[in-house]
Ligand binder design. Structure first.
Ligand code: PXL
Length: 277
């Protein structure tokens, strides 16, 4: 099997099953050498916890990148998630230029909003900076809320295909070539992912679970990136990642004390099986 090396840049939320504590195990399980660049260290994620610590690692990022450059360390793919500040968004744009191998895949999960609102601490200026970063990506993975903040389109809970097409067209106008738009649901029973690659748009749907949990965007993005590096098409990567995310949510159902994250660990053997098919 081809052995690929990915760099993922996102925070460490020490507790909470999101960002790097999800990305590293999932990507490693996919059989990919996974290099991490933490954007910040938090005691917990920012969704539903009060008084969390936040150590901004912005000062370290250019130094780490410069050291890697001097050692000749580079990557087949770079996948970014939650970034601590606008300043870091510019640093990541630089890293795309300096540490990506020729033909490396750059994947950006805007990881900044959900259910109609921005995460704690982010504002429209941050969303605008994220839009600029997305222009440099080969594939972007916004959910519908993030897409709305990036395009200025009003967020709606209920919508039809026309609304989704309007969002896709606006993202494309903003320079995003290949878009995986998550959490698209036209009815109460199903939800799914739009896969718009080049000129072709497809829609993968599966069963909808009404009660979600935190960190599922990171689970999806990590499994998608892993599957893509394992040679799956964008559509198959989105399908495998969506089915895996669904399993993780199913694992967590019925445990009200565990809404802060999804129990993804016990579903990892299922992901590996799907990748080996
Ligand atoms: O799962 C996204 C995420 C990642 N990192 C931090 C977060 C969140 C979502 O709230 O707060 C720190």
């Amino acid at each position: 099997m081809d052995y690929k090396r990915i760099l993922t840049i996102q925070d460490i939320s020490c507790f909470g099953q999101c960002s790097l504590t999800v990305a590293l195990p999932i990507l490693s399980a996919c059989g990919i050498e996974t290099v991490i660049l933490p954007s910040a260290v938090l005691s917990t994620h920012t969704g539903g916890f009060k008084g969390f610590t936040f150590r901004d690692l912005s000062d370290d990022i250019p130094k780490i990148a410069a050291h890697w450059k001097s050692e000749g360390i580079d990557f087949d793919a770079i996948y970014t998630g939650y970034l601590g500040s606008e300043k870091q968004i510019d640093m990541v744009t630089d890293i795309f230029k300096t540490l990506a191998r020729e033909n490396a895949i750059k994947i950006v999960d805007p990881a900044m909003a959900d259910n109609g609102t921005l995460y704690y601490g982010f504002d429209q200026a941050y969303a605008d900076a994220m839009t600029r970063l997305c222009k440099h990506a080969d594939i972007v993975l916004p959910n519908i809320t993030e897409a709305c903040f990036m395009t200025g389109i009003e967020y709606k809970e209920n919508y039809g295909k026309e609304y989704v097409n309007e969002i896709l067209a606006a993202l494309e106008k903003d320079g995003m070539k290949n878009i995986i738009l998550t959490g698209i649901s036209y009815d109460d029973e199903t939800t799914g992912v739009i896969i718009k690659i080049g000129g072709k748009t497809e829609y993968y749907t599966h069963r909808k679970i009404p009660v979600g949990c935190h960190g599922t965007g990171d689970i999806f993005a990590s499994a998608f990136s892993g599957a893509l590096l394992r040679g799956k098409s964008e559509y198959d990567s989105a399908r495998v990642a969506a089915n895996f995310t669904l399993r993780c949510i199913e694992n967590s159902q019925g445990d009200e004390s565990h809404r802060y994250g999804a129990k993804f660990e016990t579903a990892i053997p299922y992901l590996i099986e799907e990748l080996n098919r």
